[in-house]
Write a protein that binds this ligand. Structure first.
Ligand code: FPP
Ligand code: MG
Length: 320
């Protein structure tokens, strides 16, 4: 992914994290720095910065907005790792492993609240509304996922709704905010929102593949977590539909069991391979990347547009 044209702005975003983490309570900066400096891909800030430049914005507010979006994302990760009982994030121990669930949830609350404080300070009601809607939907998505735990009859539509809410809406908001900063006409704003949405859907589809196909070292998080947590993702949905009666029963027993062994995981992985669940998910992800790229077709060629195309392509090529 070539982000050289926004390199300087991305460094300024990193610097502003330090400023925004400042607090009388040292634990906040400690946990905040731990997760923020552990090598996130900064996809949301990058999209926001590129979208704002693409739409002619050249001021400092994009730096603040990009930091806010990453803060919100970081808050959700802190909460998500508690919900998912995750022990590793970005190749290092998750905050909940090091400081416990309570501290993780509460620092997540700080980041989330600080984000809205910074938005109010900026004073743009439209951006405030975009992010308030996005975070509401995000929480809704995460709750939908909880409700659908272990449900192998989840429909394709429900799964798509779930990943759109939990992942794509925030990426979509980042992309739209860039257009808002550039005072772009309504239809360009819609185009940028769609670009982010499609990239976000592709991103989560690939994430769900990597949970079955990657290795802990490459992915930076524990493999097989989705199955262990009873999350029925697209590779499994596709494969379960095609499985015969015996195989369906086996999958059901495994997903509903208290503890999933390595052998259980291998069995499910084998069935996903047999029924090409990962391949089908990758194909769908590629379709969304194409849709994202199509959004940019009407935009005149420039470095920012090329970088956004590159970023969309990176989503399906990524290994972590
Ligand atoms: C990661 O999914 C989780 C999310 C993208 C959303 C998490 C949202 C919340 C916890 C609720 C909202 C919280 C706030 C502060 C508004 P994943 O578990 O599939 O990915 P992973 O493998 O990286 O953990
Ligand atoms: Mg998780």
């Amino acid at each position: 992914m070539d982000l050289s044209i926004i390199e300087d702005d991305l460094s300024l975003v990193e610097t502003s994290f330090q400023e925004y983490l400042a607090s009388r309570v040292p634990l906040i900066a400690k946990i905040g720095k731990h997760i923020l400096s552990s090598g996130g891909k900064r996809i949301r800030p990058a999209i926001l910065l590129l979208s704002s430049r693409l739409n002619g914005y050249r001021g400092q507010r994009a730096i603040r907005m990009a930091s806010i979006v990453e803060f919100i994302h970081t808050a959700t990760l802190l909460h998500d790792d508690v919900v998912d009982n995750a022990d590793i994030r970005r190749g290092t121990p998750a905050a909940n492993t090091l400081w416990g669930s309570e501290a993780s949830v509460l620092v997540g609350d700080f980041l989330f609240s600080k984000s809205f404080f910074l938005m109010v300070e900026d004073g743009n009601l439209k951006i405030l509304k975009i992010l308030a809607e996005a975070t509401t939907r995000l929480a809704e998505g995460e709750i939908l996922e909880l409700v659908k735990t272990g449900d192998l009859d989840i429909s394709d539509q429900e799964y798509m709704e779930l990943i759109t809410s939990k992942t794509a809406v925030l990426i979509s908001a980042a992309s739209q905010i860039g257009a808002v900063l550039g005072d772009a006409p309504e239809e360009i704003e819609d185009t940028m929102r769609s670009y982010g949405l499609f990239v976000g859907i592709a991103f989560q589809l690939i994430d769900d593949c990597l949970d079955y196909t990657s290795t802990h070292e490459t992915f930076g998080k524990t493999i097989g977590t989705d199955l262990r947590e009873g999350k029925v993702t697209f590779p499994l949905i596709v494969s379960y539909k095609k499985a015969d009666g015996d195989e369906k029963r086996r999958i059901k027993d495994i997903i509903l069991s208290e503890k999933i062994s390595h052998d259980d995981f291998d069995k499910v992985q084998g069935l996903i391979e047999k029924y090409k669940g990962v391949a089908a998910t990758m194909t769908l992800a590629r379709e969304y990347v194409s849709k994202a790229k199509k959004c940019l077709e009407s935009v005149p060629r420039c470095g920012e547009r090329d970088a956004l195309v590159d970023l969309a392509e990176y989503i399906v090529k990524r290994k972590h």
